[in-house]
Design a protein around this ligand. Structure first.
Ligand code: NAD
Length: 497
């Protein structure tokens, strides 16, 4: 009997009554690990009702008490790191080292959530008029929801529910149906950490579950991370229903390489960022812009890419694991074929690799195209596979113009030893997250993830200070206290302060 993935409702792990179920498969072997329900709207309703019922008491719980739950959660995540990473590798495919990184980057958000005492502080101005003070308090919204993608099944749920709950909200999480087992372990650890029943609830499913979240009148805010198409739908539908929505979307990230860069370091960074996690990162570098003499680095990039070892994620020494599923594999192979048809030069072809012991795995090896033009599909689309496009330009100014002409604005990186070039780049580049000799510049949680343009809808980012604003409503209070003796008998007829 294959295990079923449970729902978490009102503190209990319960079996779904869904009529439709999907299989969760190990992408390296196709072994069925579990069955996950496609929850109907009625089950979303149950989860929201539990979250709504838990809200008044949780909202009234002291900041210190809320914060302590997350102190315990961070300790439990550390304690269970290997189990989390191993489950993640089996259901998602990435290497164990990457899986640990996935958990760790989420753990950092849990650590940050513990400082909610200072993060959620309001503001106070004394004497805005004679004897009158104004202060602002940040209050939780109520029931919030999170919809997460398959590529970071630990980090992205941890971007959401710890910050939402620590600020006093209750939460309904809808993880990706492709790898729901890791988020369920996190949910279980959160219960063990002392999160009261109903504060965190978990449902599963696809379009029906997501639409029910977008439509539910008791959900006040939705955090979404995933593709442009689905995110745009969620943003629109959720907003139309009066909710706050933040949506972190797809990307096409460029690395810009100046000839004065430290070549060895820069090319190592490039192949890691282009092919690591099989290119299934929203911050993967999928385009390398080679400037001036750096055009001559193509052969070295290809040579480095060839050294990467393709294998199942749990095998020691693996650099690149499989893609998430058969459709993703077929799509990536099709896009590579289209790149060839459209005239790009295939410098390295990763299609149909032989991976000993894993003939059923969804593998594509590192693939590199040179001579890529903006009109080609391999450039226009987010491939979300280990495919790198090389583009050549003469100057830094041309490189900046090229990057800025792309609609996406998630991340970019410049490789150089010139401070002046770096200063020009960081100032002129129209991308939300910039690395200077750092290939994947995802900020630590004291900042926020700050993708921009077509990579994001909504103004506030996930985690960090921005998400405290997202998950809270600012209320301002303007107060005057009368000194009974001083004002006895006085009548104030003015309305304005
Ligand atoms: P996806 O959009 O297919 O799925 C995201 C969520 O939406 C999942 O929970 C899924 O169940 C749900 N969903 C899928 N189809 C739906 C539909 N038709 N209607 C309603 N809901 C639906 O994304 P994915 O393939 O899981 O993840 C990869 C994408 O996520 C890439 O585009 C990647 O760039 C993006 N991503 C972005 C960030 C970021 O921070 N910007 C981070 C990680 C991933």
């Amino acid at each position: 009997m294959t295990a079923t993935v449970k729902l978490l409702i009102a503190g209990k792990f319960v079996e779904s009554a869904a009529s439709e179920w999907r299989e969760v498969r190990n992408p390296a072997t196709q072994e069925v690990l579990a069955r996950v329900p496609m929850c109907p709207a009625a089950e979303i309703d149950q989860a929201v009702a539990a979250a709504k019922a838990a809200f008044p008491a949780w909202r009234a719980t002291s900041i210190a008490e809320r914060s302590r739950v997350f102190m315990r959660l961070q300790a439990l995540i550390r304690e269970h790191m290997e189990m989390l990473a191993s489950t993640l590798t089996h259901e998602q495919g990435k290497t164990l080292a990457d899986a640990r990184g996935d958990v760790f980057r989420g753990l950092e958000v849990v650590e940050h959530a513990c400082s909610v005492g200072s993060l959620q502080m309001g503001e106070f101005a004394e004497n805005v008029a004679g004897g009158v003070d104004t202060y602002a308090i940040r209050q939780p919204l109520g029931v919030c929801a999170g919809i997460t993608p398959f590529n970071f099944p630990a980090m992205i749920p941890l971007w959401m529910f710890p910050m939402a709950c620590v600020t006093g909200n209750t939460f309904v999480l809808k993880p990706s149906e492709q790898d729901p087992m890791t988020p369920m372990i996190l949910a279980e650890l959160a219960q063990r950490a002392g999160l009261p029943p109903g504060v965190l609830n978990v449902v599963h499913g696809g379009a029906e579950a997501v639409n029910a979240i977008c439509d539910h009148p008791d959900i006040k805010a939705i955090s979404f991370v995933g593709s442009v198409g689905v995110g745009t739908h969620v943003y629109r539908r959720g907003s139309e229903n009066g909710k706050r929505v933040q949506a972190m979307l797809g990307a096409k990230n460029h690395g810009v390489f100046l000839p004065d860069a430290n070549k060895e370091q820069s090319l190592n960074a490039l192949v890691g960022a282009a092919f690591g996690a099989a290119g299934q990162r929203c911050m993967a570098i999928s385009v390398a812009v080679l400037v001036g003499q750096a055009r001559e680095w193509t052969a070295d990039i290809v040579a480095k890419a060839k050294t990467l070892k393709l294998n199942a994620g749990h095998e020691p020494g693996t650099d690149i694991g499989p893609l998430i599923n058969g459709q993703a594999l077929a799509r990536v192979e099709q896009l590579i074929g289209q790149g060839v048809e459209e005239g790009a030069k295939l410098e390295l072809d990763g299609r149909k690799p032989q991976v000993a012991g894993y003939p059923q795995g969804n593998f594509v090896g590192p693939t590199i195209f040179s001579g890529v033009k903006p009109a080609m599909h391999i450039y226009r689309e987010e491939v979300f596979g280990p495919v790198l496009c090389l583009v050549e330009v003469d100057t830094l100014a041309e490189a900046i113009a090229f990057v800025n002409a792309n609609p996406y604005g998630n991340g970019t990186a410049l490789f150089t030893q010139s401070g002046a070039a770096a200063r020009t780049f960081q100032h002129d580049i129209d991308v939300g997250q910039v690395g200077i000799n750092v290939p994947i510049p995802v900020p630590v949680p004291f900042f926020s993830f700050t993708g921009s343009r077509a990579s994001k809808l909504g103004d506030l980012g996930p985690y960090g200070k921005e998400v405290v604003r997202f998950y809270t409503q600012t209320k301002t209070v303007t107060a005057r206290w009368f000194d009974d003796e001083a004002v006895a008998g006085a009548v104030n007829t003015t309305i304005a302060l």
